[in-house]
Design a protein around this ligand. Structure first.
Ligand code: GDP
Length: 449
């Protein structure tokens, strides 16, 4: 999987790293090449577009770290973009927190690997999570499918609900639930019937079983080698069933990887596991970082850029603290602080992170303090000249009128901002002398509370 994508991207990065300096045009061209590579790997067009918008933002935004080689920076941007596309960094295991038996419903087309995956998952939960697991096949139209699950049960040592001829899927579901309850099973895996194509009867049956069994997890099993067809299948199933996650099989095959890369963004569903072979042990927890690393094959560079970014953040924070302590907190610093605060979830978000400030937090909430104020204040500051930002004392009436027009606010708001900045600068100076005592009260005052 991902071989051709890996080849193309490695070639691109090799060429980039051969050049010391990259112009904006070079970066643009490189990103265009990444776009072509993603499209060739059969990634859905809207997903590629989303990736490009984000990558361009990162390539031109503040996140650029001067200490890192531009070529390495491009690697990191692509890496972050891939992780974004795959839905975040942390692998999310299956939810086993419901009242037992936790029901896991398995849906998918015939041949997608649904039955094999049911057994693989059962084995994982038995072996690693120490759960008592029962499986049941609901495929009443294909006796062979029921037999297959029974065999897989014997092979993995996982219990399978005994087959009773002539029962409907709904009846088997009820029997399985009761059996699992009575016999103290932790998890019940229901393997629904598959069809070769999507059809209404299949959907209606799966929806009925979901209604009866109230599953904690409903997984769609899809064959990653079928590319965008797998994405369409997932979308169709998701319209009828409350899916909670995806399992992609045949990740060991030599597909282009487009399904895996598009699935999350198109369906909004997390990929939980990857099937990686025919053996019952071949099921991996899905890990976006691992996949992105495999596609790029540039692990060292990613680690290096991450470290440089952390160092930069730390040194920025230190520089800011030194300025604050000296009372040299200018309007550029205020603007940076406001943007940082917004990133951290606004004033209420920041307060929520601090222990022992519930009272202040409540006051903020009650005062209707809107985080939109941050945006307006940043707009005001960016309407000032460089010199004005360094020396706010220069701001006389006519300058204020000019800035007000530029930022689309009235002069009174500029005056409020300047007053707030003065108070902040004074408070920071004072805080650094008193080691932060009374700081929270002062902060609240600054925001007019
Ligand atoms: P179902 O009809 O959806 O239940 O599909 P099955 O579970 O019967 O699987 C169909 C075939 O695909 C079987 O031969 C499996 O061994 C194979 N298979 C399932 N998952 C994987 C996988 O992740 N990798 C590979 N290589 N083969 C798989």
């Amino acid at each position: 999987m991902f071989d051709s994508l890996n080849d193309r991207l490695s070639g691109l990065f090799d060429r980039l790293s051969g050049r010391g300096v990259l112009s904006e045009k070079d970066v643009d061209e490189a990103l265009r090449e990444v776009r072509v590579a993603l499209l060739e790997a059969d990634v859905a067009l809207p997903v590629v577009r989303q990736f490009m918008t984000r990558a361009k933002e990162l390539a031109t935004g503040e996140a650029i770290i001067k200490a890192v080689k531009p070529a390495d920076q491009v690697v990191k941007i692509v890496y972050d973009g891939l992780i974004d596309m795959l839905g975040g960094e942390e692998p999310v295991p299956v939810n086993l927190n419901a009242v037992p038996p936790v029901v896991i419903l398995m849906a998918g087309l015939q041949g997608s690997g649904k039955t094999t995956t049911s057994a693989k998952l059962a084995l994982r939960l038995t072996k690693f999570d120490r759960k008592k697991v029962m499986m049941a096949s609901l495929d009443t139209r294909r006796p062979a499918a029921m037999e297959q699950l029974k065999l897989l049960g014997e092979q993995t040592g996982v219990d399978v609900l005994p087959i009773v001829a002539g029962q409907s899927p709904a009846e088997i579901t009820r029997r399985a639930l009761q059996s699992a309850k009575l016999q103290g099973y932790d998890v019940l895996i229901l393997d629904t019937a598959g069809r070769t194509t999507l059809d209404e009867a299949l959907m209606a049956e799966a929806a009925e079983i979901a209604k009866i069994s109230n599953p904690t997890e409903t997984f769609l099993v899809a064959d990653s080698l079928t590319g965008q067809d797998a994405v369409r299948t997932a979308t169709a199933f998701h319209e009828r069933l409350p899916l909670t996650g995806l399992i992609l099989t045949r990740a060991d095959g030599d597909g282009r990887g487009g399904a895996m890369l598009s699935m999350r963004a198109v369906t909004g569903l997390p990929i939980k596991y990857l099937g990686a072979g025919e053996k019952v042990e071949a099921l991996d927890v899905f890990d976006a970082r691992r996949i992105a690393g495999r596609i790029l094959g540039q692990g060292d560079i990613v680690a290096l850029v991450e470290k440089a970014a952390q160092e930069l953040d730390a040194s920025k924070a230190e520089a800011m603290a030194r300025k604050m302590a000296k009372g040299q907190f200018d309007l550029d610093d205020l603007s940076a602080q406001l943007q940082q605060m917004k990133k951290m979830g606004g004033m209420t978000g920041i307060m929520g992170m601090l222990p022992g400030v519930q009272k202040v937090k409540k006051q903020i909430e009650e005062s209707n303090f809107s985080d939109k104020i941050f945006d307006r204040q940043v707009a005001i500051i960016s309407s000032m000249t460089k010199l004005e930002r360094k020396k706010p004392d220069l701001l006389n009436a006519s300058r204020k009128r000019r800035i007000a027009a530029g930022a689309g606010v009235d002069v009174a708001e500029i005056n409020r901002l300047l007053k707030q900045h003065r108070q902040m600068a004074d408070t920071f100076k004072m805080m650094s002398r008193s080691n932060g005592r009374g700081a929270m009260g002062q902060m609240a005052k600054m925001f007019g509370l």
